[in-house]
Design a protein around this ligand. Structure first.
Ligand code: PLP
Length: 483
């Protein structure tokens, strides 16, 4: 039993609690220090899965034993994205500093919806850093959200207000005769499709423009689609360019999109979920030219920024418009010139969330402790590792590259007459081996082994281990002999 004082949830014996807390902290520090001794991932035994199906009142209430369950049944069966061998999807690795910052934030239990408090100044500090990073004006606004999926949705909603005015908030979309159309590339993230759906336009109002051989949105096709829509009386209102497509890591031609948006008076949104933070890396930032002309940028600190989940962000050039898209008044949210209700506008005026956690703190700690330069080096390094992997693939006759390597994502496969089946088997065998964990994608009907190098802990030896294991597993997969 955790002995609590009679009337509260606080411990009655703070010293015993302190000892247990130190043990929990030590266990997590040990875990991070010795990550490499563990498999990236391992399948969860059925008895562990079933152990999480107990009744609400199981009668056990004890911090020490709850922690023991965490250590035995949760920690070993997490996805492993903290591990240097993890290269699946686009997952961040987190940091020890971020972990400690999360503890401080939890202790403070701040609600960053609003009111006059230092935690909100920390969020404003990060907003200011973000403005500086993207060369946005002082009047630009920013907000922490869960992730880029949410930030993309906010981008669509703000663009809608830009065109239809704030009336749309009361009258709805049908009050205006115009039918609004959005554009993005065929390689764009599914969250943009969902954003159009959730915002009420319907996903059919999103045109998926074909990509060229570099997987960049085809600008001529984009212009054509806009012209055709205009000809039949539709109203183009939103174009999303991507920095770092989820499939192969392509960067759309932002300058051309910015130019087109300017000419046609269309909102220019950038989905830079993981790629936008490449602005921190001096060798890659020039390839993002044009991003400074965006009307809104959605990105995640929890991917390439290495901040623990979750820490999504939206930056909006026109802060006033952003505010007018979401701000509402309610008696219990009344602002004051002094006292705790001062400090308006509040973060809750810039998005749908009222209660909000202190995502800014772990981000502030990460930038403050590691520094922007070091974080940029991590980003450059993951791209250099991708080039190393590309060279190894090109030097190996049994492997072939399936897409250009623009940033940190490498798509390749093991050559085989039965390639789709064999490569799918290789990826599962790799994941179950615990050595390295790529995921898959499909490019022109071909199943690719897809390695996204995001984690600051990944080194050349992890890349080599992935390639070596792929070769070893490839021959057994071809014979259907991988156990
Ligand atoms: C990861 C990703 C998203 C979604 O971001 P979440 O933080 O997972 O919501 C959107 N777009 C791209 C390009 C991504 O890589």
């Amino acid at each position: 039993m955790l002995k609590t004082s009679e009337d509260t949830l606080d411990p009655s014996d703070w010293n015993a609690f302190r000892l247990q807390g130190h043990q929990m902290l030590d266990d997590m520090i040990d875990y991070l220090e010795h990550l490499r001794d563990q498999p990236v991932w391992q399948p969860m035994p059925e008895e562990v899965r079933h152990s999480f199906q107990q009744a609400l009142n199981d009668g056990q209430h004890d911090l020490k034993s709850a922690h023991a369950i965490f250590m035995k049944d949760v920690l070993p069966y997490a996805l492993g994205n903290v591990h240097p061998g993890f290269m699946g999807w686009v997952h961040g690795g987190g940091t020890p500093v971020g972990m400690l910052a999360e503890m401080l934030a939890a202790g403070l239990n701040a609600n960053l919806g609003g009111r006059d408090q230092a935690p909100i100044e920390i969020e404003r500090q990060v907003v200011q850093w973000v403005r500086e990073l993207f060369n946005f004006p002082e009047t630009a606004s920013g907000l922490f959200v869960t992730g880029t999926s949410m930030a993309n949705l906010l981008g669509v909603l703000i663009a809608r207000t830009a065109l239809l005015g704030t009336d749309v908030r009361h009258k709805g979309l049908t009050a205006d005769n115009r039918q609004l159309i959005a554009y993005t590339s065929a390689d764009a993230h599914i969250s943009l499709v969902q954003a159009m759906d959730i915002a009420g336009f319907g996903s059919d109002a999103l045109r998926m423009i074909p990509v060229d051989e570099h997987h960049q949105m085809n600008i001529a096709a984009l212009e054509l689609a806009i012209a055709e829509d205009q000809k039949i009386g539709l109203t183009p209102f939103f174009i999303a360019g991507t920095v770092g497509t989820v499939g192969v890591g392509a960067i759309d031609n932002l300058q051309s999109i910015a130019e087109l948006c300017h000419r046609k008076n269309i909102w220019f949104h950038v989905d830079g979920a993981y790629g936008a933070l490449a602005m921190l890396a001096p060798d890659i930032a020039p390839r993002l030219q044009g991003i400074e002309r965006a009307d809104s940028i959605a990105f995640d600190f929890h991917k390439w920024g290495q901040v623990p989940y979750d820490a999504g962000f939206i930056l909006v050039r026109d802060g006033e418009l952003h505010h007018s898209t979401f701000a509402s008044s309610a008696a219990y949210l009344k602002r004051g010139p002094r006292g705790m209700a001062a400090g308006s506008p509040w973060p809750c005026d810039f998005g749908p969330d009222l209660s909000r956690g202190f995502r800014a703190l772990k981000t502030w700690f990460t930038i403050k402790v590691y520094g922007a330069e070091k974080l940029g080096q991590v980003i450059s390094n993951t791209c250099a590792l991708a080039q190393h992997m590309k060279l190894r693939i090109e030097a190996e006759p049994r492997l072939e590259l399936l897409a250009p390597v623009a940033l940190n994502i490498v798509c390749f496969r093991y050559r085989s007459t039965d390639a789709n089946r064999v490569n799918a088997d290789i990826v599962v065998a790799l994941q179950e081996s615990g050595i390295a964990a790529p995921s898959t994608t499909t490019l022109n009907g071909q199943l690719a082994i897809r390695a996204a190098i995001v984690n600051h802990r990944t080194t050349t030896s992890d890349i080599d281990a992935l390639i070596d294991a792929t070769l070893a597993l490839g021959s057994c997969a071809a014979r259907r002999a991988c156990s």
